[in-house]
Write a protein that binds this ligand. Sequence first.
Ligand SMILES: [Zn+2]
Length: 238
Amino acid sequence: MIRSRRKTFLTTSLSVLFVLALVGGYFAYRWYSRSGERTTRLFSWLREPDAHPDWAIQAGQHCGEAPFEMPTSGYIGFLWDDSFRPGHHHQGIDIFGGTEAGLTPVYAAYDGYLTRLPDWKSTLIIRIPADPLKPGRQIWTYYTHLADQQGNSFVDAAFPPGSTEVFVEAGTQLGFQGDYSGDPNNPTGVHLHFSIVLDDGQGQFLNELMIQNTIDPSPYLGLNLNAKQNSGEVPVCK
Ligand SMILES: [Zn+2]
């Protein structure tokens, strides 16, 4: 009796483990194949951007009825909620200009009030008092990687460190794409990281580093920028 119970317990445990392994394997595979595919395409773009003009969005372009304009030109290599390692969730999109650092301009995607904290070398945030898709709430657009590998800023001279609440219209030049990662020995590819950050309800932006403090930029730019919903298509205006 005891022996058979133990046997049942063992069999059940093994089946559960087997199912868990299958499910885990499935998610690992899906994670790898999606982000792997995007990584492969990104390397093709970075090697030879001129060979793939149809993969690029253009700065200033409006997709359909979407309220924001494209903040820069290039290939959108990584999407919102993409995962660079298990458990990681990318909070914005990465637009790779395909040029050297300091050459591809970055513009405001929408009218708002620009702030650059005193210690921000490569980053800006723009307050949008009324979310165009959800009026009644305030949101923020966050722009980063506007500096070279060593941290020399590419932010426009009009916005020195400590700038607060400077009104900028959509299309105002903010600076240039760069490759600053915070670690001079480990630069990123030249790109703009752009994200939409939620307000804390008290007029301050929440921590951009956590995906739950950001929103899916897809409807704001009129592209499928959600890693979970994009099934492998290159996000460009139709
Ligand atoms: Zn990014």
